[in-house]
Design a protein. Structure first.
Lengths: 109, 113
């Protein structure tokens, strides 16, 4: 079946630096992509989404890039803060979402 | 605070018990979802309700029985669960389509003895 995966299970970044979290997907039929942040003991929290007719979308301190040619999705977080420490999931789909395996982001003070 | 409320937050039950998980949202959303999340794993879709009708069942065992009594409520009835069913059960909602950001509750942590 189709699956979504991440290149790195853990990522440590110095506070104030930029973070890049990557995601590979295999379902070429997916037309909707989304990033979630999940803190311990909480449900996933929406960060940013992008549709397949776009390559880039920016939010507050976050940017999502979509490369449909190589089926790659990335989340860039600018000027990371301690509160950014969490597990980040990408998800892709159309009628339903499939989540990737997740990356744990740790911010080093 | 989340806009999707799940109760109870924690539940411990035996394999012969019957219990229900509840989810409520008052955002006027018409699509609601149940996910199962094991420790250190991503959420896995179980069921999708669209306009109070079941639209997707991801081949979930019949010991899990969803119910959507109205547009604000979603229940998950549990009966004769197995130890491997221990997990965090997450509810989510969207305005009316899966191609929209899902608003998640904080889940019910279920332990089967």
């Amino acid at each position: 079946g189709e699956n979504v995966g991440l290149h790195l299970p853990t990522l440590s970044v110095q506070e104030g630096d930029n973070s890049i979290i990557n995601c590979a997907y295999s379902n070429s039929a997916s037309d909707y992509f989304i990033w979630y942040k999940q803190e311990s003991g909480k449900g996933p929290q929406f960060i940013i989404d992008i549709r397949s007719n776009m390559d880039k979308r920016q939010g507050q301190r976050v940017t999502v890039l979509l490369n449909k040619t190589v089926k790659h999705l990335s989340l860039q977080i600018a000027a990371t803060q301690p509160g950014d420490s969490a597990v980040y999931f990408c998800a892709e789909g159309n009628e339903k979402l499939t989540f990737g395996t997740g990356t744990r982001l740790t911010i080093i003070p | 605070d989340t806009e999707v409320t799940q109760t109870p937050k924690h539940l411990v039950m035996g394999m012969t018990n019957k219990k229900s998980l509840k989810c409520e949202q008052h955002m006027g959303h018409r699509a609601m979802y149940w996910y199962k999340q094991k420790a250190k794993k991503p959420p896995e879709l179980m069921f999708v309700y669209s306009y109070e009708k079941l639209s997707i069942n991801e081949s979930v065992p019949s010991r899990f029985s969803p119910e959507c009594p109205n547009s604000s409520l979603l229940n998950l009835h549990l009966h004769a669960l197995q130890p491997e069913d221990s997990a965090l059960y997450l509810c989510a909602s969207t305005r009316d389509s899966s191609r929209q950001p899902q608003h998640f509750g904080d889940g019910t942590r279920l332990s089967i003895l």
